[in-house]
Write a protein that binds this ligand. Sequence first.
Ligand code: GUN
Ligand code: ZN
Length: 433
Amino acid sequence: MTAPRALRGRLLDFTADPAAAGAAALRLVDDGILVMEGGRITRRGPAADLLPTLGAMPLDDHSGKLILPGFIDLHIHYPQSRVIAAFGTQLMDWLERYTFPEESRLADPAVASAMARFFIDELLANGTTTAVVYGTVHAAAADAFFEASAAAHTRMIAGKSMMDRNAPTWLTDTAKGSYDSVKDLITRWHGNGRQLYAVTPRFAITSTDEQMEACAALMQEHEGVYLQTHLSENDKEIAFVRELYPWARNYADVYRHFGVMGPRSLFGHSIHLDDSEVAMLADSGSIAVFCPTSNTFLGSGLFDRDRLAAGGVRIGLATDVGGGTSYSMLATAGEAYKVLQLRRQTLRPLDAFHMMTRGNAEVLGLTHEIGTLDVGSEADVVILDARATPAMAHRMTAVEDDIEQELFVLMIMGDDRSVAVTYVAGERAVRPR
Ligand code: GUN
Ligand code: ZN
């Protein structure tokens, strides 16, 4: 158990969704103290009240900087840290030319371990303390990831990719083999410390009917596991799904048919959807995950946030590295703003910061553990500096004392340089040299 530690700075989190509750959802304490003990937040309040009560407790003084809950990334691929910034292709060619060859390297557990450690360090450097993570097809690479996360004390949701067709033979499993190995991974990792499992059929293209059925069975047999996959990202992908599933009404109908939609199911991209697909996501309580830097980088399309929200779909935000181009949820929110500009929609800074923290926790059903600075929550915390670079500090001289503008500067100009410190379960995360 970690020793008590107090943080001083500007506490910022959300008690509700500002899209519904307005600015009252924002909870800002200008000179605040957060006390972390045994991995959780145990006290919080104005410095004037709490400082005199701390005695000899170590105090990290971040005065002037913002203290937020650690960021949550709802869709990212840990084996793709060397695929990020691969030139010149769209989804299907990108998978074949860059991604599948790289993922095959993780057949070696030593490679997988090193990749997992790099990846988690990079997330923490960007202030992300929880992510929903794809592994490769290799079960040992999923073990390597969970081991690295357990060692870092991070709360991660991850799974071994399941692919039994339309991928190179050395990257495929079988319906039965994947069922058995995922069952074993769930037994060992789901709810083990802070680790949670996500059943991970890569997308409808790379799974047979039998494997999709195995995914549904795994979800039914194991209370509380998640499911993650990709949906309607790219035109060629969608055309291939139509060929493979001629009986389906559309792409989402494939997932609906096999029973893998639901409130713990995350559908990455969800860009090109017809009205019946929006209704399927909404009726099942499924989560559509907006991956803006990936959607622009791979030329996939513009996520229609307002249409999905009006249809009652629950929405989250994610980087999707290595299709995505930044590990930073700040940069991701900045790109989301630009995508929505092109759609004549908007992303207000309070909505963006809510999404990165409490909003993403809420769609995961985890607000009792992460996403806020509530007393009792796990002590995952990020310290942000809106004046981290000369250009940011210069811009900030024009927007002093306006929290919404400060948050907007952070999401448009910020990245890992704006992350002063990240705490995981009450301990300062330090990148190994
Ligand atoms: N669809 C299937 N696999 C992938 C992947 O690795 N990245 C993205 N962006 N889309 C996918
Ligand atoms: Zn993805």
